[in-house]
Write a protein that binds this ligand. Structure first.
Ligand code: VNL
Length: 388
């Protein structure tokens, strides 16, 4: 009797140890590294909310494994992003790294992805060269050359000849400046001056004064998500719009997260981008409604869509590989073609970069709210940064 009891207790113990071990093995771990605090916290908030929405809609089991989303705040400091990525790979043994709110954060982490053969899904950062920093990078955001070239094609047909450019002085800004300028010159336009402002705490005033003196037909701007409101405010305060200078740029300046709070100065601003919350498709309407409902009315911006589509790419690859990792998971990410809230989207298997439509949009009031209203579409745009 005693002995039998002992044996069955032992069996139960062994079985539960086995079961919990099996459970531990059956996790599919996503390490999501984002700026959750600091000047770029809105990017982290949007992407985390989108990832959680995707999971709520698609379940937390994929390829037979339980999905564990591990969200970490890198405060937008590249050394922190890299350290967190290393810890997630070594200690948590994550199947995939994801997030990456800004270019320097993605570039700092790329060597970790390469060394550990961990797929790295870039959901936000948008400098063209990021996908070349590691063969394990897959991008679901966009590239600045995609947006900038589209704008430079629109400009000459719309009464704008002379332009000054103003960009944040780092990867995506330099891409925006270069690709906009080269294409505009090719199209017969003029770039009077190229101005670069610091990424952190920029004071636009002296730059805007210079723009006023140069009297271009338009000012083309790139600043990262979240920084557009300050630019817009100072543009209005200096009376630039009244002086007849049009504001144009990539859609980062009329970011849906903050657009509605910008006021009248934003009204009429024309930009080029891959996503607007007012994109007219049934899928997008569903996405926006669900996102707003889950986040106290917060409007999703292009960062949210990069996060949502990144989760789609990860889930489909996990399904195809039964919760795999490394090269198998990476291979299953390449070539995915699907409908995103932004429109049709494709992960180019050769470049691992996103191919999607770029829309020309004008800020308009719709039902008392400011929205980027799409009025022209360039279809299936590849990253011009890689065509040479
Ligand atoms: C980047 C590009 C960041 C576009 C952004 O917002 C953006 C980047 C934070 O590559 O750093 O809107």
């Amino acid at each position: 009797m005693q002995k039998r009891y002992f044996l069955s207790a032992l069996m139960v113990g062994l079985l539960s140890a086995y079961a919990s071990n099996a459970l531990a093995q059956e996790k599919f771990k996503i390490g999501l590294i984002l700026p959750m605090t600091g000047p770029f916290a809105s990017t982290g908030k949007q992407i985390e909310a989108a990832a959680r929405l995707y999971m709520a809609q698609n379940g937390d089991t994929v390829g037979g494994k339980k999905v564990e989303l591990i969200v970490k705040d890198d405060t937008s400091a590249p050394d922190v992003t890299k350290r967190i990525a290393q810890e997630l790979v070594v200690n948590e043994k994550v199947n995939v790294l994801a997030g990456f709110g800004l270019t320097p954060l993605a570039l700092a982490t790329a060597p970790i992805a390469t060394q550990s053969k961990t797929p790295m899904v870039v959901m936000a950062a948008a400098t063209s060269s990021i996908t070349q920093a590691s063969p394990y990078v897959v991008r679901t955001s966009f590239t600045l050359p995609q947006a900038a070239v589209a704008m430079a094609d629109w400009v000459p047909n719309n009464g704008i000849k002379k332009v000054v450019t103003l960009v944040s002085d780092y990867g995506p800004g330099i891409d925006a400046e270069k690709f906009f300028k080269d294409r505009l010159l090719f199209n017969g336009g003029q770039v009077l001056e190229t101005l670069r402002v610091p990424l952190r705490n920029p004071d636009f005033a002296p730059f805007l004064q210079k723009v006023r003196d140069l009297k271009p037909d338009a000012l083309f701007v790139f600043v990262p998500s979240g920084a557009g409101a300050a630019l817009m405010k100072q543009f209005a305060e200096r009376g630039m719009d009244k002086a007849g200078i049009k504001l144009i740029g990539t859609g980062d300046i009329t970011d849906d997260d903050i657009l509605n709070g910008m006021g009248d100065v934003a009204n009429g601003v024309v930009t080029s981008h891959h996503y607007s919350a007012s994109h007219n498709s049934p899928l997008n309407k569903k996405f926006v409604a669900a996102f707003e409902k889950a986040n106290a009315g917060l409007r999703p911006n292009f960062m949210a869509v990069g996060g949502y589509d990144g989760m789609r790419v990860i889930y489909e690859a996990a399904r195809a590989t039964k919760g795999g990792s490394g090269d198998a998971l990476l291979t299953a990410m390449k070539g995915q073609l699907f409908e995103s809230p932004r429109g049709p989207m494709f992960i180019d298997a050769q470049t691992r970069d996103v191919v999607h439509n770029i829309y020309i949009r004008r800020v308009e009031k719709v039902g008392g709210q400011l929205y980027n209203q799409e009025f022209d579409t360039l279809k299936d745009v590849k990253d011009p940064g890689k065509s040479k």
